[in-house]
Design a protein around this ligand. Structure first.
Ligand SMILES: [Ca+2]
Length: 108
């Protein structure tokens, strides 16, 4: 219990030192004058951005895993000798938006 209090006290002292140094003495760059160094704010933004990207990728992996499970059933059917059904339509998937620019041709 005492150890936790000591660790907490050290953390509070470090935070207070950084805040006071930033707020009143300009030791680190702080353009919005909120006492939080810009480097800390930038790091927090980057962590949030990366967490959002990881979440997007995990959603993609889960979608792909669902497709694998669907297709695995077809393998079992093939082993049993059933005819090929073809690709199952994806349930809740929008078609990927293509970012190609259409060129207008003047040739005929
Ligand atoms: Ca700031």
């Amino acid at each position: 219990m005492k150890t936790i209090l000591v660790i907490l006290l050290i953390a509070v002292v470090i935070s207070a030192t950084v805040w006071i140094g930033t707020k009143f003495f300009g030791l680190t760059k702080d353009e919005d004058k909120d006492g939080i160094p810009d480097s800390v704010e930038d790091a927090a933004k980057e962590v949030k951005r990366r967490a959002r990207r990881v979440k997007e990728e995990v959603v993609d992996v889960v979608d792909a895993a669902k497709d694998v499970v669907d297709q695995a059933g077809d393998v079992a059917d093939a082993i049993k000798g059933k005819p090929r059904k073809g690709r199952k339509p994806a349930a809740n998937r929008k078609p990927a938006a293509k970012k190609t620019t259409r060129k207008t041709s003047t040739k005929k």
